[in-house]
Design a protein around this ligand. Structure first.
Ligand SMILES: [Zn+2]
Length: 207
C-alpha cells in the first residue's frame, strides 16, 4: 500500500537526519501525528523561529540569534577573547564542551563534519576553504592567526582531517603553530563526551 503524500514527505526529510534510518523516520512521523494540536503548533512555530532567527556566524559558523544586522557570533565579537588562536572542531557540541572548561579563550571554527578521501561530495559541505581564507585574511590585520588547534576526535576520520588541514595551513607559509588536542582523550573517543578535566589537560598539553 502507498502512504499519504504528506506522511511520505515528512518521513523522507526526517530520514536525512543523522542517526535516523527510513524506518525510524517513519515511526517518528507517526509519533508526531499522534501529538495533541497544541504540541504540533508549538513544534511548527519553534522550527520556523529556529530557521528564521538563527544565523550562522560568518567567521566560525557557530549559530547565533540574528536580532541585529550583526554577522558574527558572540564569541567572535568578544574583544576579550584571543583573536589570534583558532580552535577547529567538527561540530557545535564539541565547541560547547570546550567552552564548558572555561579554559580556552581563543576563537573557533566549526568544520561541519570530517574530511573524507572517498566521498568528495561530503567534503563540499565542510568549511575548510573558509578556514583557510579566514587565516589568510587575518594576516592583513593587526591580529594575525598565530595558532590553530585541531580539536578533532582521535578517530581515523578525525586524524585524516587533522592531517589534511595541517598540510593546507603549512602550505600558507605563515609561521602558524599547529597543535593537536588528542592527549588524554581515548583513541576513538569523542570530545563531546569527554569530561571537562580531561579536556583541560588535553588543551594545556596540546602539541
Ligand atoms: Zn563566530
Amino acid at each position: 500500500m502507498s502512504l499519504p503524500k504528506p506522511i511520505e514527505q515528512v518521513s523522507k526529510l526526517l530520514a536525512q537526519l543523522p542517526g535516523l534510518g527510513p524506518r525510524q523516520a517513519l515511526r517518528l512521523t507517526f509519533y508526531l501525528l499522534h501529538q495533541d494540536k497544541e504540541t504540533q503548533k508549538l513544534l511548527v512555530s519553534s522550527l520556523t523561529n529556529l530557521f528564521q532567527n538563527i544565523s550562522l556566524c560568518q567567521d566560525c559558523f557557530f549559530p547565533f540569534e540574528n536580532k541585529t544586522e550583526e554577522v558574527l557570533c558572540d564569541i567572535c565579537r568578544n574583544p576579550s577573547r584571543d583573536h589570534t588562536t583558532i580552535c577547529v572542531v567538527e561540530k557545535e557540541t564539541d565547541l560547547l564542551s570546550l567552552e564548558k572548561t572555561n579554559k580556552y579563550r581563543g576563537l573557533y571554527q566549526i568544520l561541519g563534519g570530517l574530511y573524507s578521501n572517498i566521498d568528495d561530495n561530503k567534503n563540499k559541505n565542510l568549511t575548510i576553504n573558509q578556514l583557510i581564507n579566514r587565516i589568510k585574511k587575518s594576516a592583513k590585520t593587526n591580529k594575525p592567526i598565530r595558532e590553530v588547534i585541531l580539536a578533532l576526535n582521535p578517530t581515523s576520520e578525525g586524524n585524516l582531517t587533522a592531517f589534511h588541514l595541517e598540510k593546507l595551513i603549512r602550505d600558507l607559509n605563515m609561521k602558524i603553530k599547529i597543535s593537536r588536542l588528542a592527549r588524554g582523550i581515548p583513541t576513538g573517543g569523542e570530545i563531546e563526551f569527554t569530561d571537562s578535566e580531561t579536556l583541560i589537560n588535553s588543551l594545556e598539553g596540546r602539541k
